[in-house]
Design a protein around this ligand. Structure first.
Ligand code: MN
Length: 206
C-alpha cells in the first residue's frame, strides 16, 4: 500500500512563497487522489509486491492499455508529489554542499545556472507537467521536463529524479494565477537542498 509522505511543515509554514490553501488542496486533494487511484490500479494489476520505481520503469509490461494509462498517470502522480512535497522546508538549506555541489558546478557552472536551466524547462513545458533534476548511478546530472505526470524513470535513460518541480496550474494558480515564473522563484525560496543532497546520495552513493 503506497502512502503519501508526511509533511514536515504546516500548510501555512511555506507562506508567503506557497500559500496554505494551495498546500492543503494540492497535498490533501490532488496528491491524495493520485495515491488512492494508484493503489487501486496496483491491486488490479497484481503489482502489490513492486516498488513505485519498479512499476514506473516497467509500464510496458502491463498489457491492458487502460490499466497501463491509469498506472502511468497516477503512479507518476503519487511518486512525483512525494518527491515534491518532501523537498520543502520552512527553514530550507539554501544551497547544496559536498558532492552534489561539485557535480552541479562541473555540469552547469553554478547553482544559479542550474536554477536558470530548470526555470527555462519549467516555463517551456506547455500545459501541465514537471521540470526535473536527475542523476545516474555514477552521479552524472541531467535536467529535463515532462508532460502530465510523466517522470524520468519511465524514460529509461538510467536517470533517477532527485528534484521535482511541479508546474501544473494546481501548484500555483490560487496564489500566482497565470504567473508561473513568479511561482518558480518562490519554489526555490522554500526548496531544501539538504533533501536534494539526500536524494542524490540515494541514487549514486555520493
Ligand atoms: Mn501537482
Amino acid at each position: 500500500m503506497f502512502k503519501q509522505v508526511e509533511l514536515s511543515y504546516g500548510a501555512g509554514d511555506l507562506e508567503p512563497n506557497i500559500d496554505a490553501l494551495t498546500i492543503e488542496t494540492h497535498y490533501g486533494k490532488h496528491h491524495a487522489t493520485y495515491t488512492k487511484t494508484f493503489n487501486e490500479a496496483v491491486e488490479k494489476a497484481g503489482l502489490t509486491d513492486k516498488s513505485a520505481e519498479e512499476i514506473l520503469a516497467s509500464l510496458d509490461s502491463v498489457e491492458d492499455e487502460g490499466l497501463r494509462k491509469v498506472l502511468r498517470n497516477n503512479g507518476g502522480g503519487y511518486y512525483n508529489h512525494n518527491m515534491y512535497f518532501e523537498a520543502f522546508s520552512a527553514n530550507p538549506k539554501a544551497a547544496p554542499e559536498g558532492e552534489l555541489k561539485t557535480a552541479i558546478d562541473e555540469t552547469f557552472g553554478s547553482l544559479d545556472a542550474l536554477k536558470d536551466e530548470l526555470t527555462k524547462l519549467a516555463l517551456g513545458q506547455f500545459g501541465s507537467g514537471w521540470a526535473w533534476l536527475s542523476a545516474d548511478t555514477e552521479g552524472k546530472l541531467y535536467v529535463s521536463n515532462s508532460p502530465n505526470q510523466d517522470n524520468p524513470i519511465s524514460e529509461k535513460k538510467g536517470y533517477m529524479p532527485i528534484l521535482a518541480l511541479d508546474v501544473w496550474e494546481h501548484a500555483y494558480y490560487l496564489n500566482y494565477k497565470n504567473l508561473r515564473g513568479d511561482y518558480i522563484k518562490a519554489y526555490f525560496n522554500v526548496l531544501d537542498w539538504g533533501k536534494i543532497e539526500e536524494n542524490y546520495k540515494k541514487v549514486c552513493g555520493k
